[in-house]
Write a protein that binds this ligand. Structure first.
Ligand code: PA5
Ligand code: NI
Length: 183
């Protein structure tokens, strides 16, 4: 019997996902501006807002899974906390697990009626996201927020739906406090 090295390694202490099979994508401020209520003219377009690492077999066969890591930088946009674009899944039968590795934040969730709620994210937190619930990560801390994810390959990301029907809550931060602004 041959014994192989794993195709990817997730260093749980440092929250780093590595390996030849791992793909990395980077979200810059210029591509994230429209998530925020206001545009920060002083924030450079090439500011890294978050990185996503993905380990997938790349085969859309039902039953296959993706494993991912999101690293959200501790940036704010005129006081609004850094966040992912957020999405519904295209296939609403596909749920997802998120789990906190590092940093501090919120998982903002919105059901199909527009009701928003959130869960605290911290190292060791585990979050089940129903397939019909839109989800967005928000970094409310002062360090990188690292969150792992596992979801079916056929889920897809429906960004258009969340842009037409946006989250109804925004999170702001000042020196002492977190503020929730709800529509
Ligand atoms: O599949 C997921 O839910 C995550 O891997 C996200 O894609 C990741 O957190 C980045 O968020 P978004 O896809 O909303 O930009
Ligand atoms: Ni998702």
């Amino acid at each position: 019997m041959k014994i192989f090295e794993p195709k990817a390694k997730h260093d749980f202490m440092n929250g780093i996902l590595q390996g030849d099979a791992v793909e990395k994508s980077v979200k810059l401020y210029k591509d994230a501006k429209h998530f925020y209520k206001n545009v920060d003219a002083d924030l450079r377009d090439d500011t890294v807002m978050y990185e996503v690492y993905l380990y997938s077999k790349g085969d859309d066969k039902v039953g296959n899974l993706n494993w991912g890591l999101t690293v959200l930088k501790p940036v704010s946009v005129l006081g609004e906390c850094n966040m992912t674009r957020g999405h519904f899944h295209k296939d609403l039968n596909c749920a997802e697990f998120y789990f906190g590795f590092a940093g501090k934040g919120l998982l903002l969730l919105m059901d199909e009626d527009g009701t928003c709620y959130s869960e605290k994210v911290f190292p060791g937190s585990v979050h089940h996201i129903d397939g019909r619930v839109a989800h967005r990560l928000i970094n409310i801390g002062d360090e990188d927020m690292k969150v792992g994810a596992c979801w079916p390959v056929q889920s897809g990301h429906d960004y258009e739906r969340i842009e037409k029907f946006p989250f109804k809550a925004r999170i702001y931060k000042d020196a002492n406090d977190i503020k929730v602004e709800e529509e």
